[in-house]
Design a protein around this ligand. Sequence first.
Ligand SMILES: NC(=O)c1ccc[n+]([C@@H]2O[C@H](COP(=O)([O-])OP(=O)(O)OC[C@H]3O[C@@H](n4cnc5c(N)ncnc54)[C@H](OP(=O)(O)O)[C@@H]3O)[C@@H](O)[C@H]2O)c1
Length: 337
Amino acid sequence: MSSNRQWILTRRPVGDIRDGDLVLRPDRVPKAGKGEVVVRTEWLSLDPTNRLWMSDVPQYMPPVELGAPMRGVILGKVVDSGSDAFEVGGFVMGIGSWSDYSVSPAAMLSPVPDIPGIARKDVFGQFTVVAPTAYFGLLDIGAPKIGETLVVSGAAGAVGCIAVQLGKAWGCKVVGIAGGKDKCDWVKNELGADAVIDYKQEDIQQRLKALLPEGIDIYFDNVGGDTLNTALAQMNLFGRIIQCGMISSYNNEGSYDVPQNYPMILMNRLRVQGFIVTDYAARFPEAFRALTKLYVEGRLKWRQHEIDGLEQADQAVRLLYTGGNTGKLMVKVADLG
Ligand SMILES: NC(=O)c1ccc[n+]([C@@H]2O[C@H](COP(=O)([O-])OP(=O)(O)OC[C@H]3O[C@@H](n4cnc5c(N)ncnc54)[C@H](OP(=O)(O)O)[C@@H]3O)[C@@H](O)[C@H]2O)c1
């Protein structure tokens, strides 16, 4: 292929992403400048944070500029390199764009780790972001002890499903919260959660009280909003809240619901900590080893929700904010063998 297509951010979404916020445009294949790498995209990861990157709100990275290609996490093959660190023909993953071909600073890319028994697209889907997020969030911030109670919101999602399974592997009593019967059945019957709450059908507050009369020691929060507020009220003394994500607010233009139960942080001496998985980049090999071991032992499962075609990306990303995805959402951009 000698031409390129790029999704361009033409307008900052107001509320939900709408047609026309992103536009797919033809372009030339870029050339690598000094220290840059051009990557032919094989897979594009779609992530809840994409909505934040489209907004001009305070966040952990600069927003995508209007008129620029939409930023995304990609897996692909190096086709041009201005960096000694990457040779043409190698597979890499990291930050690129929603394009057939992306140009990225070499520092934003890394080689795809060779994990025996796990296909490249699964290594990409699980090991680039989501599994290390669950691993470091739960291990370092949650600091779980055998017999403690763990509640995971977004439990059937990409990060949440790994957090549920790590919680079980590390000896916790785990309650997952997810939307809909199919997702809840999967979390309980396949992932091994002790119990699950369907937040679209059930009252979270009442169900948490019934399922965990002993209270919550660790809350792995993927959603923020009312669910966080409810969990705060039922946390135990010296409990920990892992502030991983707040997807219920990402379409609110940076206006977040402040939990009414915030004072419980003081009353119950809670530790609440946010984190971004890249904070742990230097420790990724540790996560890969631990997660691979669990996978080989049959104690780690995941689902990937795969969409075909770069042209589908702007419709597909919306699934994340309606619960329409079942597992790690990814777009196949090209078949690179
Ligand atoms: N801190 C980090 O470094 C880091 C890294 C990766 C991801 N994250 C965060 O982790 C969270 C999960 O990300 P993911 O990639 O694993 O996505 P995901 O869970 O696979 O997909 C998003 C899910 O969020 C749920 N959801 C959407 N709107 C919701 C709402 N209003 N209330 C409750 N649940 C809602 C839906 O599940 P249901 O069908 O169950 O509603 C949806 O399937 C996100 O908040 C993301 O920003 C953080």
